[in-house]
Design a protein around this ligand. Sequence first.
Ligand SMILES: NC(=O)c1ccc[n+]([C@@H]2O[C@H](COP(=O)([O-])OP(=O)(O)OC[C@H]3O[C@@H](n4cnc5c(N)ncnc54)[C@H](OP(=O)(O)O)[C@@H]3O)[C@@H](O)[C@H]2O)c1
Length: 243
Amino acid sequence: MSVPDPRDDRASLPTAVVVGATGGVGRSVVELLRVTHRIWLVGRRSSAGPNRGRGPRAAQYWSLDFEGDLAELAPPSDLGPVDLLVLAAGKWSSGTIAEGTPKEWADVLAVNVIGQIALTQLLLPHLRRAHGRVIALSSTAVDGSPRGRAAYVASKAALDAFLVGLHEEERRHGIQVTTLHAGRIATPMHREVTDAEATGQKVEAMAPDDLARVIVMLAELPSSVHLSELTLRAASFVEEPPA
Ligand SMILES: NC(=O)c1ccc[n+]([C@@H]2O[C@H](COP(=O)([O-])OP(=O)(O)OC[C@H]3O[C@@H](n4cnc5c(N)ncnc54)[C@H](OP(=O)(O)O)[C@@H]3O)[C@@H](O)[C@H]2O)c1
């Protein structure tokens, strides 16, 4: 592992790993955290993520495609203790079970479950060293009907079970895990959802920046406080991002 360069002012900052940093939620989280954290962007297009190339506090980039081969997955050699892991990657899927193919199910589970598990497993030694926090995006969809979106709901239910197990097993190592059950958020994914619903009606959605503020607030909770689960729902209409 490389020794931090003392001239690099990121070296003194806590480290945050943000998965899904090119997405609506992830991008907003990075914008808020970049002042206070050294940031690793994780994803298949993370070079397109926010906070790239902005001087000494520019984010670093870990290229990773959850739908690719995860067998050779390894953390960057200069990744030290991880204070915060935000799991905000996700893939939407709609359609009936009769229409869905095994490949479609496999891809959704790869992104929403297996990839996030594999990455978290890999980061456990880094999280343990920092007594870090994991904040993961699940969905209020797990409480509703899976009709027409069974693959997505199944993936989020599986992620929930993983996160509970992670908390129970890793709390003795000082790792805290918070599952965010989010309602609709005005992001590119939400556009896919509303396109699939095709009701033509405007629906309430949270602003991604507001959700990011909650995530940062959770990251700043005192270490003696553990919030295992939080449900957030939209309280007003928000403009969709441009397609
Ligand atoms: N939007 C909502 O209404 C809503 C509601 C409840 C929960 N959530 C959850 O919130 C989280 C963030 O969603 P969002 O709304 O910000 O979605 P989004 O804008 O569609 O962003 C999804 C993110 O996941 C990444 N991703 C997709 N496939 C990937 C792959 N194969 N490998 C690596 N990364 C991949 C995307 O990267 P690319 O840029 O490369 O595509 C992007 O960064 C997700 O877990 C989602 O399920 C969303």
